[in-house]
Design a protein around this ligand. Structure first.
Ligand SMILES: O=C(O)CCC(=O)C(=O)O
Length: 279
């Protein structure tokens, strides 16, 4: 059961960290299936599998190939415990919602960088903003193995879900980014030339009276982050010696789903039948 203070944190920041929410026994099957696949690819944990010194440094397979092979495991469902689903339900105020995938998706990043940086690109939303400006759903991130700082955890901008909600119309991820770039903070974040973008991590800025902060989703095995699906986020490099292993599931409100599917359907119909304004 979430406290009022946790719900308020989520409303204010668009992100809630629930340390250790998923017990080890609910992670184990996913962990085993992932590591078995890694071992088949020639990557071994040494000894106790402690994060930070768990893997060979030479990776015989690319991350995306690996993810394709392992991504369909039914064991991933075990991490979506009743406690996690109840927390999501509370944040959605009990409104009807559906998970977007039949099982959680693997977010996996091999060690791929020697220097950690905040990317200026690939910032995005997974879902468009609906015309009411209200939240469209909640995304859950579950750390299967430890994700240390600099270890590939997703980067999110806490507070970003509170911008661009007054448009009174459906906004694609691109539309939202275009509007955000008119605001100095976001312009700085998404500009390749900005020096010291990394200093935005963990630093709270007040932008149009809204506190914003770049947050790295790192944590211990079993930690969960719940995010408002309006939040701006991106991929991060992994400078650790251990792959980033996180499972994610998105829960979309049925009300939002109708609007989003309707829009995409409209687009698909127009593409199939030619331009909508053709004579
Ligand atoms: O950390 C990642 O791999 C990116 C996650 C992401 O962009 C998403 O879940 O939409």
């Amino acid at each position: 059961m979430l406290t009022d203070s946790q719900r308020q944190t989520f409303a204010d920041r668009g992100i809630l960290h629930l340390p250790g929410l998923i017990p080890g026994q609910h992670l184990e099957a996913s962990r085993q299936v992932i590591w078995r696949c890694l071992q088949e690819a020639g990557v071994y944990e040494d000894g106790d599998g402690a994060p930070g010194r768990a893997c060979e440094l030479i990776w015989p397979t690319s991350g995306s190939q690996f993810v394709k092979r392992v991504s369909k495991s039914r064991h991933f469902r075990e991490v979506m415990t009743d406690e996690l689903l109840a927390a999501v339900d509370q944040l959605l105020d009990g409104e009807p919602a559906s998970s977007m995938m039949d099982r959680p998706q693997l977010l996996f990043t091999l060690p791929n960088a020697s220097t950690w940086t905040v990317p200026h690109n690939i910032w995005h939303l997974d879902m468009p903003r609906v015309s009411s400006g209200e939240m469209s759903g909640v995304q859950a991130f579950v750390c299967v193995d430890a994700v240390p700082a600099g270890g590939g955890g997703t980067l999110v901008v806490a507070g970003s879900h509170r911008f661009c909600n007054q448009a009174g119309q459906w906004l694609s991820s691109k539309d939202v980014k275009r509007r955000l770039k008119r605001v100095e903070y976001f312009k700085m974040l998404m500009n390749r030339e900005t020096p010291g973008r990394d200093q935005l991590v963990g630093a709270r800025w007040l932008v149009d009276d809204i506190p914003v902060e770049v947050v790295e989703l790192c944590g211990a095995p079993g930690d969960v982050y719940l995010t408002d699906m309006r939040i701006l986020h991106t991929l991060a490099p992994n400078t650790a010696r251990h792959p980033r292993i996180v499972l994610t599931q998105r829960f979309l409100l049925n009300s939002a789903q109708e609007e989003v599917i309707g829009k995409y359907q409209g687009k698909a119909d127009r593409t199939a039948s030619g331009p909508c304004c053709s004579p």
